[in-house]
Structures are given as C-alpha cells and as structure tokens.
Write a protein that binds this ligand. Structure first.
Ligand code: TYD
Ligand code: MG
Length: 453
C-alpha cells in the first residue's frame, strides 16, 4: 500500500511545513498549523487528455499586439453587479464572492443565474436541487437557461460542464468542493487550493467565467488561505446588517476594474432588489420636521449617498451620562461632543447622547461630522432643521470646519435630490457655477450655531 503523504499547512496564510510547529514563521500566527493528507496529483483534473497534447503554446507579444476584441464582457443583467465588476464579467475570469452566513450570497447569484439569457450552470454543494427550486420560486424567475447541479467532486463537475457547455459557472461554495487528487477533507487548505487551481485552469482554457461563493471566518476574512484571494481575479464582499434590508456589494480586489464602486441591494420577500437611487430610500419619509435629524452628503466609494443622521440629547437620569452611537464611531462622537462643549459653549456633560445612522449602514466618511454636530445641536435646542438642508464637512478639534474631498460631486447630488442649501467648508475649492442649490460656506462651528439656532 502506498504510504500516506501528509504535510502541515498554516490555516491562516497557507504556508507549508514539513513538520508541526507552534508558530507560523510566515505570518507569525500561533497555533494555526494543522496536518493535512495530500497526494501529489499525477495529472490535472480538467481535460486530462487534451491538456497534455495542448497545441496552444504561449508566446511573448508586444502590448499593442495583444488582441482584446474577444475580451468583451458578459453582461450580468444586473446594473449594480455590472457596476461593481467594472462593466460585466470578463471571459475566463474567476470571481470570489464572500460574506457572512445568511447575508444573501446564494440568493444573489441564483437570482442572477435565473435572469441571464446565457446558459448557466449553478453548482451547489450546500443545498439540494429541491431546496434550490424552493428558493428560486421565491425569486419568481422568468424564462431562463439555468441548470442546477448538486455535486461536490470537481471531477464530476467538470464531466457535467463538458456535457452542458455553459457560458457561466457558479459554484456555491468553494469550501464544499473536493478533488480526488487530494485526500484531505473538503474545506481544508490543500483542498481549497487544489479545487481553485483546477477551476482556474478550466476558466482560462475555455474562457468561461466562474463565480465562486466563499465562506468567511469570524473575523470577516474569506475562509481558507490568503492565497485564494491572490489566485482569483476579483474578490467581492457582500455585506450589511442582517436585521436591516440593505446589502452592499463591494470589490476588494478587481483586476479588471475599480475597487471604488459599490452596488446596493434591498432584501425583499422575493429576493434582492437593485437600488439604483439609494439616497431616496435612506432618507425617511416623515410628516413635518422633527428635531434631531440632519442629512449628510457622504460618499461611499465613488458613489454619493445622502444619509440621515438622528440624534437624541436628553438629561441624564443616572449619574454617568450615556453616549451611544449606531453606525458611527463612538470615539469620534465623544470628540465632537467635546468640541461642541468647548468651542460653542454647550453644556452636554450631564446629558445622554444617542446617535443613529438610519438604514443600518455604517459610515467612515469624515464628511458626516458636520451633520452629526447639526443633529446634536438640533436635538439639544429642540429646534427642527429645515428638511431641505444638508451638510458635508469634517469638524476639527478647534471647532474649525474642514474641507472634504469631491465636494462638487456631493453638491451636485444634493441639488439633484432637491435640497435647497448645502453647508460646506469655506476652504473647499468650488468651481461650480449656476447651481440652483445655495452653497453655505462656513469656517467655524460658531457659524453653524448662529445660522441654525
Ligand atoms: P442566503 O442566500 O441563503 O444567504 P447565504 O448564501 O449568504 O448564506 O440568504 C438567506 C437569507 O435571505 C434568509 O435569511 C432569508 C432571506 N431571503 C429573503 O429575505 N427573501 C428571499 O427571497 C430569499 C430567497 C431569502
Ligand atoms: Mg448560501
């Protein structure tokens, strides 16, 4: 009997070792090295016979001699998905979609598969054909050309691919696949590496795009070796708060497009709906003006997004006042409160302050500062801000209003959505002319207080 061959892999970075050790010398993580059974593949899995006699030998070409005509992209029939990919899927590319369990990865890809006019093969290692059918019925598909396969062995998958000849292959998920040439269990580092290698080979040789779903670990990284992210062409992340309906699709890596684009979806009872104008949804409809609400003109990636900030300032019932922020950095909130106290003379020390970004999204853009300050002022004074005011500026420690990037794009978005006034820093260079929106330039926090209250 052949001797069983084993190797040790770091579960964090994928480094390979001949024997066990406590710390990975490559990524310095402790206790991440585990033994896995491997067997050197004698032959590759995808088209074993034809690849050895392959006539296609790559030869060097000058960059302008390379023909890009056949690189036309596959239209995914989903404006948000196309946007994140940079205009559709590139032929022969591998795309990895990661995200928390239950966020809607399978729903998104099944929905896309069911709406495509091309022949699509949806391979699931997680659900049975009946379960997928039940999900598909919720999404309510139109006429489609999608084949469902429940299989986890790559060799069998390739057999079916040869029979069906799909234009797009979707794998749900890479962690459930296993290859005959490796003996360790599905989801182990060596299996993930081997299966991905086989899929890359298939994708590049047949110019068929492949979409993979990947699980993520508890700290938010895609499970498996980091090398998986290096191997694929595009890494997408599907994120959002499971208790809210919004889902954001982002590119973390994209060999064929920008990583600044993002797509927004809304989870409904009948699948995911593309949200092409997110600002209208993130701003809540209400009767009359309420104190404590302010609208920020923020940017998510390259996309302008009008976001509603709500603050509640009330006298603290217990000795220590509470400060809590949802969707906004709590340390930054404390800093802004200190600035308001020191520079604008507000006595917030004995008050509870609660801050909430509506829609369950969290914002890093510093341009939201001014809207946070305005909402706190509004709640503290109990005066409602006009609902057609919006804000885009950073607040500094000495109470100065600082400029933000791409301010013109924010102003144009606010104008498009019918806001009457936008507050920005005096130090922003604005070359816009003939805008119907009033651009209120301010330089200090006192200016804001004087105008608003
Ligand atoms: P799923 O795609 O199974 O998540 P993942 O593959 O990322 O683990 O999404 C499951 C969630 O989506 C589930 O909690 C129910 C919800 N859902 C809807 O709200 N509407 C729908 O039409 C579908 C299909 C799912
Ligand atoms: Mg799933």
């Amino acid at each position: 009997m052949a001797k069983v061959k084993t190797t040790f892999f770091c579960q964090n970075c994928g480094a390979q070792y001949a024997k066990w050790q406590g710390q990975c010398t490559s990524c310095k993580e402790w206790n991440t090295i585990a033994e896995e059974v491997i067997q050197k593949p004698e032959k590759s899995s995808w088209k074993t016979a034809s690849s050895s006699t392959s006539k296609r030998v790559s030869k060097p070409l000058k960059i302008n001699e390379i023909d890009t005509a056949q690189e036309a992209r596959l239209n995914m029939q989903d404006a948000e998905f196309n946007r994140v990919l940079g205009g559709g899927m590139v032929h022969g590319s591998l795309t990895l979609l990661g995200g928390e369990p239950g966020i809607g990865k399978s729903t998104l890809l099944l929905q896309i598969a069911l709406s495509l006019p091309y022949k699509t093969l949806y391979v699931s290692g997680e659900e049975s054909q009946k379960q997928i059918k039940m999900r598909a019925e919720r999404i309510n598909p139109q006429e489609n050309n999608c084949y469902i396969l429940t299989e986890t062995k790559t060799q069998n998958i390739f057999k079916q691919i040869e029979a069906v000849e799909p234009d797009l292959v979707i794998i749900d998920s890479i962690q459930t696949l296993h290859s005959d040439y490796i003996e360790s269990s599905a989801g182990s580092i060596s299996q993930i590496k081997e299966c991905t290698t086989e899929l890359i080979k298939f994708a590049k040789e047949t110019a068929t795009p492949v979409l993979l779903i990947g699980h993520i670990t508890k700290d938010g990284h895609i499970a498996g070796p980091k090398i998986l992210e290096h191997m694929v062409d595009t890494v997408l992340q599907f994120e959002g708060d499971r208790n809210h309906v919004f889902r954001i699709l982002r590119a973390h890596k994209n060999r064929f497009g920008s990583t600044n684009e993002l797509g927004i979806y809304e989870m409904q009872g009948s699948g995911l709906r593309e949200v092409s104008n997110p600002s209208e949804i993130l701003i809540s409809e209400k009767d009359g003006e309420l104190s404590g609400n302010a609208i920020a003109a923020t940017l998510e990636g390259l996309r302008p997004l009008m976001i509603e900030v709500q603050a509640l300032v009330s006298t603290a019932v217990y000795g220590t006042p509470q400060r809590s922020a949802t969707g906004f950095n709590a340390k930054r909130l404390n800093m802004l409160l200190a600035v308001l106290e020191k520079r604008a003379g507000f006595r917030l020390g004995a008050k509870d302050v609660f801050l909430n970004i509506t829609g369950g999204i969290s914002v890093d853009d510093p341009a939201i500062d001014l809207a946070v300050v305005a909402s706190i002022l509004s709640s503290n004074e109990d005066v409602a801000l006009p609902s057609d005011y919006c804000f885009a500026a950073e607040v500094g420690l000495s109470g100065e209003i600082r400029p933000v990037q791409r301010v013109e794009q924010r102003i144009l978005e606010a104008e498009k959505l019918g806001f009457s006034t936008i507050f920005v820093s005096k130090y922003n260079k604005i070359s816009l002319k003939h805008t119907s929106i009033k651009i209120q330039l301010i330089s200090k926090i006192e200016d804001l207080v004087n105008i608003l209250v």
